[in-house]
Design a binder for this molecule. Structure first.
Ligand SMILES: [Ca+2]
Ligand SMILES: [Ca+2]
Length: 231
């Protein structure tokens, strides 16, 4: 089931102990024999998906072939275009491709400079009423850049670079308070800290964020790692 996103129920097992298929999966009983596990398809190499903890929306970053990295909002039964399209662009064929029925990304960026491969993050729910709340935070694996975008209605209304780090970032995580963590190949976990901001929602706050950047607590985490190692 290459290029697909699957949805299975591991809490309801059949008599053989196998997982079950949620009855509202989009291809249950499909006449063409499509696998019933499939929730969405036409993905190339999704690198991290996550659910918005407030509304349940499913976000998935999809790594492009050569040129374009994608951020997608995944809908039931959606075809996300690979390999007819890469991002918003025809791929096979390179011009005049049939886009009928394809789900386009929410956002794309191209592999310019040292950007090479998107790492999907989370819809940030860490600090209600603060600047980043409700923005999707993601990174590029190669450049170490972290961005946030805000999606409203069916359009990206804001997109900003948060910091250009020196990290190689394969993934993100959240804790029970929805604080955001950055995993890096230097062997550390970084906590993402939004600096204190005025309670005015909107774009202008992101300028403050850019100035303040990430408050990196690597030392604290190194201490945690040491104490774990000693335990
Ligand atoms: Ca796509
Ligand atoms: Ca960098």
């Amino acid at each position: 089931m290459l290029g697909t996103l699957l949805r299975i129920d591991v809490s309801t097992l059949d008599t053989t102990g196998a997982y079950s298929i949620p009855p509202d999966n989009p291809f249950v009983g499909a006449a063409d024999g499509s696998k019933e596990e499939i929730w969405a398809y036409g993905l190339r190499n999704p690198w991290k998906f996550s659910f918005d903890s407030l509304y349940g929306d499913l976000w998935a970053a999809d790594v492009g072939q050569n040129k374009y990295e994608e951020i997608n909002l995944i809908q039931s039964g959606g075809n996300y275009g690979w390999d007819t399209m890469e991002g918003f662009h025809c791929f096979e064929p390179s011009t005049g491709c049939d886009q009928t029925g394809l789900e386009l990304p929410v956002f794309e960026y191209n592999n310019a400079g040292d950007d090479c491969s998107v790492t999907g993050g989370h819809l940030y729910r860490g600090r209600p009423n603060k600047g980043l709340y409700g923005a999707y935070v993601y990174a590029d694996y190669c450049s170490g850049r972290l961005w946030a975008l805000r999606y409203q209605g069916d359009a990206v209304v804001d997109q900003a670079l948060l910091i250009d780090s020196n990290l190689t970032i394969p993934s993100f995580g959240v804790d029970e308070d929805q604080s955001l963590y950055i995993l890096a190949f230097d062997g550390k976990i970084y906590r993402f800290v939004e600096p204190p901001l005025p309670d005015v929602p909107g774009l202008t706050q992101w300028g403050f964020i850019l100035l303040a950047g990430l408050l990196i607590l690597a030392a604290a985490w190194s201490g945690t790692r040491r104490s774990r190692a000693a335990a």
